[in-house]
Design a protein around this ligand. Structure first.
Ligand code: G3P
Ligand code: CA
Length: 353
């Protein structure tokens, strides 16, 4: 097919009015100006929903993220006692629910039995049936964020999330994807809860948008390879400053479609490029860094080029997102999808570089 420019040049011969229409069309179809893996603009992944504004992992928070223009919804998955996939970031419940206010569950509080995790006393999701979890209400888990919506929303199951996203995609008339994360698959497997079958079963009927499956643990992803059309994304972090990815990119490239790095792996403290995106792309891995937060944005020192372009009203998250988009990342996880969508749009329109 003809490129936009060639097509317009040909049509221009037909008259000035059509030429003006073409100029308008070309202005709105600019290529993404950073080296993403597929040349397309990066996706905005609503991290735990629009969790900067609503209690995390609630249908209401996911709905707001979709209204804000997010492309993909991120549910973290854990198991209830009766083996239902539940959407929570943490196995413990006191941070994001009102469980501590339920006297009927007071005697369930106990020490963590995952020796590899923090040794806290709390209420643990795998001790509660779905029916019991449904009596809890979600709370804002982050200090400093609005508590206005605390006590209003239920804890959803993964099946409910998929049905909700499908309905919202239909209403919005655009694809909306999901990006489930298997939380603690090794720990759950040792207790007899395996993610593979329930996760793949739940996803079978989902067609509202792209599907990505993420995990910090390579084992579950290597098992899923070849059993699903979903893109597999290995989450990585840096165990100590300067150490690089905790799972080598060479190994990840043998089973995954992409990598989800902690954002610190991409840019140095002065805002300079660490070369991670280029290296991952060379291995044909998409790059989806986490997590971009208005209230936890990095402030770069020094005078990198992007910082010089900031205007007085820009927040640190704007600067951080611009610098990250500029690297050619293929998506970003954010608690504030409205900001990531706006910054992406400004870059597309050439308002900022
Ligand atoms: O899944 C990407 C990112 O969410 C990993 O961190 O702890 O927020 O699940 P976490
Ligand atoms: Ca996650």
């Amino acid at each position: 097919m003809f490129s936009g420019g060639l097509k317009c040049a040909m049509i221009a011969l037909a008259g000035a009015a059509m030429l003006a229409a073409c100029a308008k069309e070309e202005a709105s179809v600019t290529a993404w100006p950073a080296p993403t893996l597929d040349g397309k603009a990066p996706i905005v992944i609503a991290h735990r929903g629009a969790s900067g504004y609503r209690p995390e992992h609630t249908l209401e928070g996911y709905g707001l993220a979709i209204e804000m223009g997010a492309d993909v919804i991120e549910p973290d998955l854990v198991f209830s006692k009766d083996e239902v996939l539940i959407v929570r970031h943490d196995r413990y419940l006191s941070g994001s629910t009102d469980v501590a206010d339920h006297p009927e569950f007071a005697d369930r509080k106990r020490a963590n039995d995952d020796a590899s995790d923090e040794p806290r006393k709390d209420w643990w999701v795998e001790d509660f049936t779905l029916a019991e979890l449904k009596t809890l209400r979600a709370r804002q888990a982050f200090p400093g964020r609005s508590k206005e919506y605390d006590g209003l929303y239920e804890i959803p199951t993964f099946a409910e999330v998929l049905a909700f996203v499908s309905g919202e995609a239909k209403k919005a008339g655009r694809p909306i994807g999901v990006y489930p994360e298997t939380k603690h698959p090794g720990f759950f497997a040792a207790k007899g809860y395996d993610f593979e079958a329930p996760l793949l079963d739940a996803l079978k009927g989902f067609s509202a948008g792209p599907v990505f499956i993420q995990s910090f643990e390579p084992e579950i992803l290597t098992r899923l390879k070849g059993k699903t059309d979903a893109k597999l994304i290995q989450l990585v972090f840096e165990a100590s400053p300067g150490a690089g990815s905790n799972v080598p990119l060479e190994y990840i490239a043998t089973y995954a479609d992409g990598v989800g790095p902690a954002k610190e792996l991409l840019l140095n403290d002065d805002g300079s490029d660490r070369g991670f995106v280029r290296e991952a792309h060379e291995k044909h891995l998409a790059v989806h860094p986490w997590t971009f937060r208005k209230d936890l944005a990095r402030s770069f020192t020094g005078a990198p080029e992007h910082a010089a372009k900031m205007s007085a009203e820009d927040g640190a998250i704007d600067i951080e997102l611009r610098a990250t988009y500029k690297l050619g990342v293929d998506g970003v996880f954010t608690d504030f999808p409205d900001i990531a969508v706006r910054v992406r749009s400004d870059i597309e329109k050439g308002v900022v570089r």
